[in-house]
Structure formats: structure tokens, C-alpha cells
Design a protein around this ligand. Structure first.
Ligand code: GTP
Ligand code: SPV
Ligand code: MN
Length: 609
């Protein structure tokens, strides 16, 4: 290994000149007590998790129940992504678009440099080289996160391929590869003699992206998507801008492999907004006999055309950062099996008296006593949930018992179907098939969902969330829609995935879900696959094609006729009420909305009458 001495900063395990310069400059700005280059080893994990236990950030879980695993409670103010503090600082405001916050990059850097100045005093600055997607890729997608949070380091070990193996790909045959640089600080310097807190953070937060420079500056939060920069900041916001320039797609999608009783495999990608069911669908246990599902990824997909002319998906991630509440042996047994193997971090869940974790929905009956996510005593009579609604498990993807063998293949998997979906208590039927690619892009561009606890702010508010990317677009939404149209134009239409739109969350007048969801969603996947094969019947409606009566396999399904009718219903009155919201949405995006999508809206309006 090549090493380079940096005066005052020890020895760096690389001779990548650009990287060395940036690390030195960052240390000069943030003034940490020391600089550590992360190697990603198990020894490093043990050292840092021991340190986090000693600091009171982590509580070690019972070795027999959850080996090598930790409970962690964040500061109660730092529990979710902060969309109003997230910025896309493109050179021109015009390139950022109306759905993102913008500031001039030079102004933002000047402002933030003052925040970062001395922000790591008293702390260790960790340098984390990482690779998104397979390490064996011909062109590995590299990044470096500099952080003053050991919680981030151990989480990044689970979520990304990081350390020595990633760093080895920065320089090959004397050539230095480009990488995404991410500077992260919790924004809580420790003065001499002052004690640290268990979860340092700052009330002021900035999650900032400079898409042209492929650079991220994140300040003030230690949580998930704000702080684990390989995830949303790199693999979606920066990558979406890069993908637009280079002719591919970076999407908020799960990828699963579904094998039919005839032993034919299909790859399905699905985009649902945050906390709307990606992890659950990615790990589905089909209730239909003979159908088998395997997981490729649960949150992010990078889609590129292969030499075969098909859109192929790679999961850039190495771990799962999944919503804990609602995850149980009945709803998502494969997630339960994954975390049962240990090597996991549980943030803002509840702690049991015998050193395990619990959250709402894990078991039907709550334990008699818990320590809740705020560290308080909790009993089943408590009027507050024991786990925060956005509490998360962070666990290695390879531990999932149904991970597909090809999950780490740099060639990706060829996508047969793209499914869009949201959380809507009315209007949107269980499943709709798009007539063609253009109609599919229209469905994605106009999809809507209720806000969830995954982002700070009010929950349950319906908003447009195009392709589930509203909080993750690194550029103008109108250009993004045009890019999706171009992807379709550049392809052989017979090889393009078929597009569907689903809603697992429709409710009856009593507020109960009409569709049982989870494993039963395999019935919808089966219909989609049979549509691809041309063997299932559909009827045309004003909004698209829906299952013909009897075409959806309901054999053995515990559902009343009334519930099934409600789940599948295309309610023209409700749809007419939907139109003004879509018009407003297109008006907000403005002149960059492709005319083809405006045509789709006009013909939808005409069909609804
Ligand atoms: P992010 O990680 O935030 O991007 O979320 P996600 O899309 O992976 O969501 P996830 O699968 O974790 O689901 C979020 C919540 O929705 C959990 O509480 C699930 O239990 C619940 N959920 C998932 N699928 C279904 C379903 O089919 N029906 C119902 N009723 N709830 C579901
Ligand atoms: C989401 O909010 O969509 C997540 C969690 O997957 S986070 O990593 O915090 O973005
Ligand atoms: Mn997500």
C-alpha cells in the first residue's frame, strides 16, 4: 500500500493527490484533535462500537438475542431527514428547479465555511473512503465522507463498501479516479475540559449539495439520510444529476427478483416514497403457492442500459436502513431474520429489560415494561409509542436470507417492470397498468402520497412526489421528467419495462386498510407478470388498465367482496377531484414539463369527462 505523510496529520494510506489535499484542507478548516483513515476492518468496528458504548451513545444488546448489535437513542430533535434544510446549490438557480431549496454555491460555501470552522474541535475526524455499487465494477462509483461522528463511521460500514478495499480502487495503474466528496460535521465542537453528550448535534442544520462539483456539505445532524452521505446525498441527489448528464437513472427504488411456478425469473423495480413500503416489498414472502421472491435492494436503484438494450439495475448500497415500526414476524419475517443475525444498529427503537429491542408492530402484545426511545419507563398503558415512528434498523444486506445471488453483480439485473406507488387513503386503486412508456412516465410524474415520519414536519399531508424522488432530486424536476421521456425514446420499446401504479393504503369509511398488503401484494405482482406475458386480462379505464373481473388471483385471500371492490375501484368522481392538484403541480414545475405529459393530462381530463 502506498502511504503519504501529511505534516501534523499522521500518515495517509494513499497517494491520491486530490484526496490528500482535500483532507488536509478540511482538517485545517474544522480543526479536529486527530485524523483517522478508516480501513473498514472488524477491529475498527470493535474499537468504535466499544467507544460508543463507553460514551453512552450505544447500549450493547444481549449477545444471545442480537449478537454484536447496539441500541442507540438520538437527540429527540434529530430523528429524520430535514427537507426544509436541504439545498441543491447548482451554479444556476434555473437548474435546481422549483421543488428544491437553492442558494448560490459561493454564497453557501462562504456561509457554511464559518459553521465548519473549528466545528470538529475536541473530536476525531474520520476519513471514510467508500464505493457505491459493486467493488468489482469496471468504473467503481467512489466517494469519501469526512465526518466527526463515530456513529456515522459504523453505520457507513454497514451501508456501504468502505475502507481499504474501496480505497484500493481510487488509484489504479497510476490513474487517480474521480470521487464524490462529502464533508460532514455534527456541529458540536468540544471545548477543552468540557464533557461530550451521547448524541451531539446542532439546532441549525444544512444538508447541501453542489451537483456540478459532485460535492456534499452536511452540518448539524447525525441522523440517517442527513449524515450517512453515501445514501440519499450521494446515491440519489448527486447521482441523479450525474445520471442526467450521462444518460442513466438514479432512483428511489427497491429491486426484487420474482420467480414464477414455471421457474421463470422477473426483475421488478418499485418506487414508493419514504416509509411507504419498499423494504417490505423488497423482502416479500409471497402468499401464492409456487411463487418465490428474492431481494436485490430495498431503497435505491441505479438503472443503465446494458449492451442487450435492456434497463439494468444495480443496488448501490451494502446494507438496509429500514423503518422499524410495523416490521414483525407476520408482516416482514425476512427483515426479522436479517436483524436476528446481529451486527446491527437500532436507532430510536425501544429497549427491553432483557437487552433486546422492540417497536410497535413487532409483536401483537407489547412487553410489560420497556425503556422508550427517549430513555423513559414505558408500559402498554402509555399514551405514546415506545419507538419513534421513524426508528430504524441498520443491518448488513448480505444477512438477508432471501438475498438474490446476483445482488453484487456489477452487470446489474434486467428490469421487466417498474412499479410506482404511494400512500393514499382514497382515489388510487390497488393496481393500474400504464398503456405505454409515456403514460407510465405521466403516472410517475404525477404520483402523490401522504407525508410520513421519515422527514421532519407534518405527517399525513398529501403531496405530489414524482417517482418518489421529490426530496432526492439533484436538479430541475421538469428536466427530470424530460430525461425519463428521453430514456424511453432511446430504447427499443419492446425491451422497456412495463409500468404499473399501485396503492396498498386505500381505506374504508372506518379508516381500515381495505387491502391486507404485505405478502398478499404478491397477487398484484403475479397480475403484473401475467400482463407482461400477455396471459392476464385487463380492462381499459380513463386512468389506465386495471385487472378484469376475476383476473387478480384472490384464491384463499381473506377479504370481503366489498373490500376487494373498494380496493380495485376506479372512482371517476374522486379522479375528477384529483385533476386540479395535478394541474397545479405542472404549473409549479412550469415550462419544462414535457409537452407529452401535458398531452397525457389533457387526454386524462377528457376521458374523465
Ligand atoms: P424508506 O426506508 O423510508 O425509504 O421506506 P420504505 O419505502 O422502505 O418503507 P417500509 O417498507 O419500511 O414501510 C414503511 C411502513 O409501511 C412500515 O410501517 C410498514 O409496516 C408499512 N407497510 C409496508 N407495506 C405495507 C402494506 O402492504 N400494507 C400496509 N398496510 N402497510 C405496509
Ligand atoms: C428515506 O427517508 O427515504 C430513508 C431513510 O430511506 S433516510 O436514509 O434517512 O433517508
Ligand atoms: Mn428511502
Amino acid at each position: 500500500m502506498t502511504t503519504t505523510a501529511i505534516p501534523g496529520l499522521g500518515t495517509a494510506p494513499t497517494d491520491h493527490a486530490g484526496l490528500l489535499r482535500w483532507v488536509r484542507d478540511t482538517a485545517e478548516l474544522t480543526q479536529p484533535a486527530e485524523v483517522v483513515w478508516c480501513d473498514g476492518s472488524d477491529a475498527e468496528w470493535t474499537r468504535l462500537t466499544d467507544q460508543l458504548v463507553a460514551a453512552g451513545t450505544f447500549t450493547r444488546l444481549d449477545q444471545d438475542k442480537k449478537p454484536n448489535s447496539f441500541y442507540c437513542a438520538s437527540d429527540p430533535s434529530d430523528v429524520a431527514r430535514v427537507e426544509d434544510r436541504t439545498f441543491i446549490c447548482s451554479r444556476n438557480a434555473e437548474d435546481c428547479g422549483p421543488t428544491n431549496n437553492w442558494m448560490d454555491p459561493a454564497d453557501m460555501k462562504a456561509l457554511l465555511a464559518e459553521r465548519f470552522r473549528g466545528s470538529m474541535r475536541g473530536r476525531t475526524m474520520y476519513v471514510i473512503p467508500y464505493c457505491m455499487g459493486p467493488l468489482t465494477a469496471e468504473e467503481p462509483q467512489l466517494g469519501v465522507e469526512i465526518t466527526d461522528s463515530p456513529y456515522v463511521v459504523v453505520s457507513m460500514k454497514i451501508m456501504t463498501r468502505m475502507g481499504t478495499a474501496a480505497l484500493a480502487r481510487f488509484t489504479e495503474n497510476g490513474v487517480h479516479r474521480p470521487y464524490v466528496s462529502g464533508m460532514h460535521s455534527v456541529g458540536a465542537p468540544i471545548a477543552r475540559g468540557e464533557a461530550d453528550v451521547a448524541w451531539p448535534c446542532n439546532d441549525t442544520k444544512y444538508i447541501v449539495h453542489f451537483p456540478e462539483e459532485r460535492t456534499i456539505w452536511s452540518y448539524g445532524s447525525g441522523y440517517g439520510g442527513n449524515a450517512l452521505l453515501g445514501k440519499k446525498c450521494h446515491s440519489l441527489r448527486i447521482a441523479s444529476a450525474q445520471a442526467h448528464d450521462e444518460g442513466w437513472l438514479a432512483e428511489h427504488m427497491l429491486v426484487l427478483k420474482l420467480t414464477s411456478p414455471a421457474d421463470k425469473a422477473y426483475y421488478i423495480a418499485a418506487a414508493f416514497p419514504s416509509a411507504c413500503g419498499k423494504t417490505n416489498l423488497a423482502m416479500i414472502e409471497p402468499t401464492l403457492p409456487g411463487w418465490r421472491a428474492e431481494m436485490i435492494g430495498d431503497d435505491i436503484a441505479w438503472l443503465r442500459f446494458g449492451e442487450d438494450g435492456r434497463l439494468r439495475a444495480v443496488n448501490p448500497e451494502f446494507g438496509l436502513f429500514g423503518v422499524a415500526p410495523g416490521t414483525g414476524w407476520k408482516t416482514n419475517p425476512n427483515a426479522m431474520r436479517t436483524v436476528a443475525q446481529g451486527n446491527s444498529i437500532f436507532t430510536n427503537v425501544a429497549l427491553t429489560d432483557d437487552g433486546d429491542v422492540w417497536w410497535e408492530g413487532m409483536t401483537e402484545q407489547a412487553p410489560a415494561h420497556l425503556t422508550d426511545w427517549k430513555g423513559r419507563n414505558w408500559t402498554p398503558d402509555s399514551d405514546k409509542p415506545a419507538a419513534h415512528p421513524n426508528s430504524r434498523f441498520c443491518t448488513p444486506l448480505a444477512q438477508c436470507p432471501i438475498v438474490a445471488p446476483e445482488w453484487d453483480d456489477p452487470a446489474g439485473v434486467p428490469i421487466d417492470a417498474i412499479i410506482f406507488g404511494g400512500r393514499r387513503n382514497g382515489t388510487i386503486p390497488l393496481v393500474t397498468e400504464a398503456r405505454d412508456w409515456q403514460h407510465g412516465v405521466f403516472l410517475g410524474a404525477t404520483m402523490s402520497s401522504e407525508t410520513t415520519a421519515a422527514a421532519a414536519g407534518r405527517t399525513g399531508v398529501v403531496r405530489r412526489d414524482p417517482m418518489a424522488m421529490l426530496p432526492f432530486l439533484g436538479y430541475h424536476a421538469g428536466n427530470y421528467f424530460a430525461h425519463w421521456m428521453d430514456i424511453g425514446k432511446g430504447a427499443d420499446s419492446a425491451k422497456l419495462p412495463k409500468v404499473f401504479y399501485v396503492n396498498w393504503f386505500r381505506r374504508d369509511s372506518d379508516g381500515a386498510f381495505v387491502w391486507p398488503g404485505f405478502g398478499e401484494n404478491s397477487r398484484v405482482l403475479k397480475w403484473a407478470v401475467e400482463r407482461i406475458e400477455g396471459t392476464a386480462a385487463a380492462v381499459d379505464t380513463p386512468i389506465g388498465r386495471v385487472p378484469a373481473p376475476g383476473a387478480l388471483d384472490t384464491e384463499g385471500l381473506d377479504i370481503t367482496d366489498a373490500q376487494l371492490t373498494k380496493a380495485l375501484e376506479v372512482d371517476v368522481t374522486q379522479w375528477r377531484d384529483e385533476i386540479p392538484g395535478i394541474e397545479e403541480w405542472f404549473a409549479k414545475i412550469g415550462s419544462k414539463v414535457p409537452s407529452a405529459l401535458r398531452d397525457e393530462l389533457e387526454s386524462l381530463t377528457l376521458r374523465l369527462g
